[in-house]
Design a protein around this ligand. Structure first.
Ligand SMILES: *Cc1c(COP(=O)(O)O)cnc(C)c1O
Length: 366
């Protein structure tokens, strides 16, 4: 068969161990997963009411235009409904953008380490990937990214707060970048963790869309909204840009339950405010642990923290897993001596911190 040559070295997404696997392997009664930046508090109770009240006719296709959800999000962001494109997760929005703009003749620019799906999709399309290292603080180097743009560059990916560092792009740097980026480039600003941001100098990306028509912002219901299982994300941009992307979208890419759950969740902003506050406190617990244990870490605007243990992240990961806490080793994330931990409930954070202290107190094996 005549597979695209760029597929030869491409690996399928490797799902982590399930909680069931870990329970069985280590003979544990309780397993906590703080590995995928899901919301430890679940989702708004509105969603439960929606699910139980819904007498859905499952034989009927979903609304391909996601009208109810579209109207809600448009209202929330104060944008036109035609400025939105919904995806089966923002993962799908990333895929649609890649399909629409990238091919063998194109290049695309992104930070490294960052969210892996930008690169993955670019490779599938055969585009040249230009990765610009984050600086030592885990931040995008926007002027270097700008320098790597040429006439072949079709898309630049910005991730703020960035996964896996939690750092965010500063407003003045973003504005300089957007002022200088050539007009043939689409700039994607992935704000999957937007709802968690507490930094006072964080920019209003939706406001920026008015000035910069080549900008697309992506957001998701998977993280703070606690609806990862429903797969709903979206992009917001100028009507021109979105209307170019829409033909790429599968007609019924968002299922009925996902649309309804997201619509119900958006009405409960008190839940989001509470989660943001809980998350801020949770990050504080981890910062204090790192300070008192002399570990390097990055200040995070997201619901996870990257902690540098100065030894193989896999080792820390294995130890914590054997005790029932699944986190992400930094090995596959570009920070081999770190682990990335999703902020949990206060009790989960506490328990995980004691386990990490226990790990640090173990006699070192050389
Ligand atoms: C989790 C995540 C996404 C994808 O989320 P979906 O569940 O596909 O909406 C996108 N970008 C970043 C940076 C993420 O961390």
């Amino acid at each position: 068969m005549q597979w695209k040559s760029q597929l030869h070295n491409l690996k399928a997404y490797q799902p982590g161990k399930t909680m069931e696997d870990v329970k069985e392997q280590f003979n544990l009664e309780k397993v906590v997963k703080l590995a995928s930046n899901e919301n430890p508090f679940g989702c708004s109770s509105n969603v439960q009411s929606f699910i139980s009240s819904e007498a859905l006719s499952h034989a009927i296709y979903p609304d391909g235009y996601a009208k109810q959800l579209r109207m809600k999000v448009a209202g929330q962001l104060a944008v036109e409904p035609q400025q939105l494109i919904f995806g089966n997760g923002s993962d799908e929005v990333i895929q649609m953008i890649s399909r629409a703009l990238l091919d063998r003749t194109k290049s695309t620019v992104m930070a490294a380490p960052t969210f892996p799906q930008y690169k993955h999709n670019a490779i599938v399309e055969g585009a040249e990937v230009r990765e610009i290292p984050l600086d030592g603080k885990g931040r995008h180097q926007l002027s270097e990214m700008l320098d790597s743009i040429d006439e072949t560059t079709a898309v630049v990916w910005l991730c703020s707060p960035n996964n896996p560092t939690g750092e965010y792009i500063r407003k003045d740097e973003l504005l300089h970048f957007l002022d200088d980026v050539p007009s043939h480039v689409l700039v994607v600003l992935d704000e999957a963790y937007y709802e968690y941001v507490t930094a006072e100098d964080y920019y209003d990306s939706i406001e920026l869309l008015k000035t910069y028509p080549q900008l697309v912002v992506t957001r998701t219901f998977s993280k703070a909204y606690g609806l990862a299982g429903f797969r709903v994300g979206y992009g917001v941009g100028s009507i021109d840009v979105i209307s170019k992307l829409e033909p790429i979208r599968e007609p019924f890419n968002n299922n009925s339950l996902g649309q309804g759950a997201a619509s119900a969740a958006i009405d409960d902003q008190a839940f989001i405010d509470e989660c943001r506050e809980q998350n801020r406190k949770g990050l504080q617990q981890f910062y204090e642990f790192c300070e008192s244990s002399g570990l390097k870490y990055m200040k995070s605007q997201a619901n996870f923290i990257l902690i540098d243990f100065g030894i193989s992240g896999d080792e820390v990961f294995q130890y914590l897993m054997s005790k029932g806490y699944i986190v992400r080793s930094g090995q596959a994330l570009g920070y081999p001596e770190s682990v990335r931990i999703t902020v949990g409930s206060p009790e989960q954070n506490e328990e995980l911190i004691s386990l990490m202290k226990e790990f640090l107190a173990l006699p070192k094996q050389f």
